[in-house]
Design a binder for this molecule. Structure first.
Ligand SMILES: Nc1ncnc2c1ncn2[C@@H]1O[C@H](COP(=O)(O)OP(=O)(O)OP(=O)(O)O)[C@@H](O)[C@H]1O
Ligand SMILES: [Mg+2]
Length: 384
């Protein structure tokens, strides 16, 4: 398999409604070949779903004819024109981009992913913030080695803690480790809002937000409070986790959050002695999901003991072992994430206008009058 072979197969794919093919039109942005798997990225001029569907079918057909086993197709297309140009609500306007890191299930590696993506983005020169929105089980302070650091309070606002060049705030830093609050929904809503308004964030290029597991009040409140630029779903290869990952991706859709990609964590095992990689849970299953939701696999991160020890000791692998295979994958996925953020911004699709509640403050989730445009459920919050 090589680039020319793939390109000549793609030149048999005619753009629907025209006589020219997608290569001649210059719609093929990128071809990546990995053995008999091929990733194709195209940018088209039509926002119609039928055009996308036809192209996917034709590309699959032509590539299977030349022996490609797995085809991954990413289609970029213009946003469907909106009724409003408003970006909706933003209670943290100093921040340029917000990335929500989510999963349907606990313990799959959201916090680990958030930390390492934040570090990789910082290493590439971005000004990065990290918000630990997991109020039930805040782990970010420990993962960044600042679990005993208390933030400085200036007037009635709080300065984020600096670690590895990242600005970070967490309930763990405000309360102390090991303490626990019994959270009511209304308290979670208020806390998430205060994390955005009462913390003196700098003019950040990007705020990475580590979410609690699942699809509840924290996710909805965040999406209603700031226009989230991109969602990242973390999953593990096991089927159960994948069902949960689908819930997380569906939540992004319902909240009108553009999906930047999937991180498949605990994907294979790298033996520390030999550096050899073993497939334990079955890796690569996230790819089907990525195809289904027209998004990328941002990374396949193996199980590696130094990821866990790095987390437990506050020494993230991407910073402390930047030449390790895992660090390289995190760095590559951060590059891809940034490219996606730029693309999403260029398409102008970021807005939380559609999910604003129309009732007064105090309830972020009105079932009677929120003007959610989600189609398939009666609960207008659209996230349960
Ligand atoms: N790829 C990996 N290899 C080895 N250990 C890992 C890997 N990813 C995560 N871990 C470890 O697994 C545990 C759970 O990870 P993490 O806390 O990031 O998950 P989470 O999804 O944020 O969990 P929660 O839902 O509880 O917030 C941590 O101890 C972490 O160090
Ligand atoms: Mg976590």
């Amino acid at each position: 398999m090589n680039n020319d072979l793939v390109k000549s197969a793609l030149s048999k794919v005619i753009y629907p409604g025209f006589q020219k093919d997608i290569v001649a039109f210059g719609f093929v942005d990128n071809i990546e070949i990995d053995g008999s798997n091929v990733t194709v990225e195209i940018t088209v001029t039509s926002s119609a779903n039928e055009v996308e569907e036809q192209l996917r079918n034709d590309i699959n057909l032509e590539l299977s004819r030349i022996g490609v086993e797995r085809v991954f197709i990413k289609v970029n297309k213009p946003a469907v024109p909106r009724e409003t140009s408003s970006k909706g609500k933003n209670i943290a306007p100093a921040v340029k981009n917000f990335v929500m890191v989510s999963s349907g299930k606990g313990g799959v590696g959201k916090s680990t992913t958030s930390v390492n993506l934040a570090i990789a983005l910082t290493m590439s020169g971005k000004k990065v913030g990290l918000l630990d929105a997991d109020v039930y089980g805040p782990n970010i302070p420990r993962m960044l080695g600042v679990e005993n650091v208390r933030p400085e309070v200036i007037g009635n606002r709080v300065k984020p803690i600096e670690a590895y060049g990242i600005e970070m705030i967490s309930m763990g830093s405000l309360m102390g480790s090991g303490e626990a609050l019994l959270w009511r929904g209304s308290l979670i809503i208020k806390t998430i809002q205060q994390f955005l308004t009462d913390i003196t964030w700098s003019a950040l290029d990007v705020l990475i937000i580590d979410m609690p597991p699942g699809t509840g009040d924290a996710q909805l409140t965040l999406a209603q409070s700031v226009p989230v630029t991109a969602g990242v779903t973390v999953t593990t290869p096991q089927t159960v986790a994948l069902d949960d990952a689908e819930r997380s991706l569906t939540m992004f859709k319902k909240l009108h959050i553009p999906i930047a990609g999937i991180v498949e964590n605990m994907s294979g095992f790298i033996c520390p002695e030999t550096g050899k990689e073993y497939d334990i849970f079955g890796k690569g299953t996230g790819l089907n999901l990525a195809n289904k939701f027209n998004t990328f696999m941002l990374a396949e991160i193996p199980i590696e003991p130094s990821i866990r020890t790095g987390g437990d000791t506050g020494k993230p692998i991407t910073y402390h072992q930047p030449n390790s295979e895992t660090a390289k994958r995190y760095i590559k996925s951060a590059e891809r994430l940034w490219e996606e953020i730029e693309k999403i911004n260029a398409l102008g699709v970021v807005s939380n206008d559609m999910i604003q509640p129309t009732t007064g403050t105090g309830s972020a989730c009105s079932t009677s009058s929120a003007k959610s445009h989600s189609h398939s459920n009666n609960n207008s919050c659209g996230c349960h």
